[in-house]
Design a protein around this ligand. Structure first.
Ligand code: XIL
Length: 314
């Protein structure tokens, strides 16, 4: 049968990838599939490069979890997507509950991004994650509340200086179809471009629900690309209300195919990453009560109809 990364590259994409997480590396059967670069040409650490994992105390950096992901990827000739530098979630309390001024938080963001991106030099980085609310307003978090929108500039400039070769992204969800949040992201990209702030790409996370994939994905991706950035689908999964049925699995196959086809139709859409490849390790059941079965491989590491949808989409 056709292999997802091989097929993606034959279609002109840079990669088809998967998220993973360090505890999963002790599962030999899981690791064997993850390490097959005909399936996955890229991996994203699901947790081990986040702020709480990498700078648990101010100025003390712990790279071991992320290093394990990088060394796995290097051994398999896979690209790494660094994830992430600045996000409101999974912050150590010294960041989320610190008493900050604009100047002190600017220095902390600068140091965090610079240290992270220079340690994990290479491929692709989600520098900013989830900056907007669903209505397109800025998320009220410690960064925005202390620094205004300048946290975006500060992080991107520090990242570019730390590794001029890395592709720097802003990543968010509910920007995959037209609407206020996608429009807000486009305004941000235009503004950054007009002021010469480094920005290379926009990540569309793609956490979808079976039967509810936006029909305007290709349009939105073309609009981003027209602003002079690349795009990628960075965290694709398509969940359903359990229990799974044959009908839901067939709809899920169609949904995966439609997402891949939309990326495939846009030259500037460089790749697709699924948010882990198997239902065994999906974040969905523990996050969305009663939902699951969101990945293309089932909990026994057997391919589902969704996998064939991915192949058909490229
Ligand atoms: C998720 C991880 O997969 C979980 O293991 C963790 O408990 C919470 O975060 N959007 C993102 C990712 O950008 O970092 C999130 O990852 C899923 C939603």
């Amino acid at each position: 049968t056709a292999k997802s990364n091989t097929v993606a590259q034959a279609a002109g994409k840079k990669y088809f990838g998967s998220a993973t997480d360090n505890p999963e590396f002790t599962d030999a059967a899981y690791l064997a599939i993850l390490s097959d670069n005909t399936y996955f040409g890229q991996i994203t650490p699901g947790n081990s490069m986040k702020w709480d994992a990498t700078e648990p105390e101010q100025g003390t950096f712990t790279f071991s979890g992320g290093d394990a992901v990088v060394s796995l990827a290097q051994g398999n000739s896979q690209l790494v997507r660094g994830h992430n530098c600045v996000w409101y979630n999974q912050l150590p309390s010294w960041v989320s509950s610190g008493s900050w001024t604009n100047a002190t938080l600017t220095a902390a963001v600068q140091n965090h991004c610079s240290t992270l991106v220079s340690h994990y030099k290479g491929d692709i980085w989600d520098i900013i994650n989830e900056p907007f609310n669903d209505d397109g307003t800025w998320r009220s978090d410690v960064f925005y509340n202390t620094m205004g929108t300048s946290f975006v500039d500060v992080a991107l400039i520090a990242a570019r200086a730390a590794d001029p070769n890395a592709k720097l992204y802003i990543n968010d969800y509910n920007i995959e179809g037209t609407g206020a949040k996608a429009t807000a992201m486009m305004s941000l990209v235009s503004d950054l471009k007009s002021r010469g702030i480094p920005i290379d790409g926009v990540g569309l996370q793609g956490h979808f629900i079976v039967g509810e994939v936006p029909t305007t994905m290709q349009t939105v991706m073309e609009q981003f690309v027209a602003l002079g950035v690349e795009v990628a689908i960075t965290e694709l999964d398509i969940r359903m209300t359990l229990p799974e049925t044959d009908a839901l699995l067939e709809q899920q196959k169609t949904d995966y195919q439609n997402v891949i086809s939309a990326c495939n139709a846009v030259t500037g859409c460089v790749g697709v990453t699924i948010w882990d490849y198997t239902d065994k390790y999906s974040w969905v059941p523990s996050t969305f009560s009663g939902q699951g079965a969101a990945c293309p491989w089932d909990a026994n590491l057997v391919k589902k109809p969704a996998y064939d949808g991915i192949i058909a989409g490229f």
